[in-house]
Design a protein around this ligand. Sequence first.
Ligand SMILES: Nc1ncnc2c1ncn2[C@@H]1O[C@H](COP(=O)(O)OP(=O)(O)OP(=O)(O)O)[C@@H](O)[C@H]1O
Ligand SMILES: [Mg+2]
Length: 258
Amino acid sequence: MTSIIEKRISLHKRLANQQQETEALQSHISHLQALANIGTVTHMIAHEINNLLTPLGNYANLALKNIDDKLLVEKVLEKTVQGCERASKIMESMLGMANGKTQEKKNTQLISLVEEIFTCLCRDFAKDGITVKIEIPEELTVWAVPVQVQQVLMNLILNARDAMLPRGGILSIKAGESNDAVQIEVADTGCGIEPGNLKNIFKSFFTTKKDGNSPIEYSGSGLGLAFCKKIINAHGGCISVESIPSQGSTFKITLPKP
Ligand SMILES: Nc1ncnc2c1ncn2[C@@H]1O[C@H](COP(=O)(O)OP(=O)(O)OP(=O)(O)O)[C@@H](O)[C@H]1O
Ligand SMILES: [Mg+2]
């Protein structure tokens, strides 16, 4: 009898010890994950800030060459201020992600997020032969971290633009909702994606924008879509793509309602 009790006591002790060890290992793993996240996020911050700085730099150059054009200089300064504000929001949001902090989700009007992206891109799409069609109901809102949804859409818009250069085409952004989710679609009539590449495009560092002797500014880092997927999954949503080579691609996002 005593031996059975002793065995049970020793078994309980071993169990308690193992539980402690498991907890210690789990905390070690989450620490390692946080470190790995910082690595990815550092790349992503560089990527997003580059998205912002490249057009701003071009704009500032234009202003320097036309320094007497007061209107132009004023516009460039305005864009610079907006760009700096966005850059600091992006930093905040991404460092938050790296620390594993949940950012504050808000009910946000989708159309105003999209309009802000186009202001921020400082690019006239018409100059590249691209017609932009936006069909988003005024009253449609998303339950999300606003700056992160903007980063996702900005990446999709920039990819769509790249896919349509130099011929031009149609960029269409649509959104609608069902009872439990909001659907957003970003479609282009660009080069499309080869079937063999489809399974890789959401992987970090996969890019096809490095071929030939394209100048540095045209080469990609392959982080845009990996970033989109990370953000959308963190919102409990999903992102998918349909594409036909030489005809175009459609990216679909589903964001659950709270
Ligand atoms: N709209 C699109 N049309 C055609 N191909 C696309 C489209 N979007 C993405 N791709 C393909 O997916 C790849 C990965 O896209 P992703 O945005 O992750 O990286 P990237 O655009 O190459 O570089 P980065 O975004 O880091 O500047 C692209 O290189 C391209 O081959
Ligand atoms: Mg990209």
